[in-house]
Design a protein around this ligand. Sequence first.
Ligand code: ADP
Ligand code: MG
Length: 380
Amino acid sequence: MSAQTAIHLNSLKKTFTDEVVLGGIDLSIDDGEFCVVIGPSGCGKSTLLKCIAGISDPDDGEIQLREERTADVPPQDRDVGLVFQEFEETLFPHKTVEENIAFGLKQKSEQLSDEQITDRIDEMLDLLAISHTKSSYPDELSGGQQQRVELARQLVRDCDITLFDDPLADLDYKLQKRMEIEMRRFHEETGGTYLYVTHNQDQALELADKLVVMNEGIIEQVGTPDEVYNNPTNAFVGRFVGDSNILVGEVSEQEGSNLRIDTAIGRVVTSDTLEQPSDQSEGVVLIRPEDVVIGDGAAECRNSVDAVIEGWTYTGELTEYSISVVDLDTELQVVKPGRPDTTKNRTETTIGFSPDDAQFFQQMSGTGNMDVTDVLEAEQ
Ligand code: ADP
Ligand code: MG
């Protein structure tokens, strides 16, 4: 038997004045799945969550929750938790942290004793590392603490469907990393369905069972993080998810599954293409930073070019190199495990990459209105 569908969206549309914010969204999320939505700001992520929670009405299309249509179900009867992005507006200013969290619990149909409520609140505060704020009021807390109270309010309700609108955005890096592990653990323990919006691509790749890339009110791609990272359907997705090097070029020749592309660093051979472009058509070649060879072995790669290491940063695990190539106006980013061999900057070297690691895209985006410049300039 296939898993039950927790959330099903069919051609969901929403327009504000004359701006199309959701342009016909189709999406299915299985029961118990951790689905992450990522996309540039303003692409419609929050609107999507608000429609599912019932606090914004779609203009057209259908939403099913637990395989039932929601058209006439008011928000309070949908049994869906929503962690708001605008948490400053949703916390009760005259209630303490404890009272704010208890409010969510008391809304549940299931009757809990006062002792059970206190226990669950204490457990949640402990998990989110804000036990000491229990008797404080929201305006006495930092943004990151307020955000965790908002998160606690929904997690404690333990709904079988919870929607999260960038719930870790205001936390510092270390806390964010720790909370990511807690989110994952929480999800595993409760077995609930999570629909989770973030602008943070590392977080998206780490947390998602299913990753959804949105752009200008449409879905560009749905897949596992690996599928989206390794096989993006178009240049926008490749550029938006993960780091990448982009070479703008024109198709000069096709040879079986290989394409020869004229770029600023010369003729590049790519083999990993989804498309069958015509000669002279413009597009971009995408190469991941970890797929570029530096120094030894680079000259033997099918694609290789003289380069200069302009600088590097050692992150404790990896080294990120910044590399310039004659005639290319942007520097290439290359990532290698371990420390660099050389400590000098401006070291001359050779870089190379295999055709298998160079993906050519003629299609810039599924929106139909992005060109090469838009993709290069897209927010990341
Ligand atoms: P995201 O969460 O991806 O940043 P939103 O869903 O918040 O995007 O917004 C998408 C677009 O819809 C934006 O251009 C935003 O200005 C517009 N928008 C959102 N809510 C409203 C509203 N209540 N009235 C008018 N425009 C809105
Ligand atoms: Mg938003």
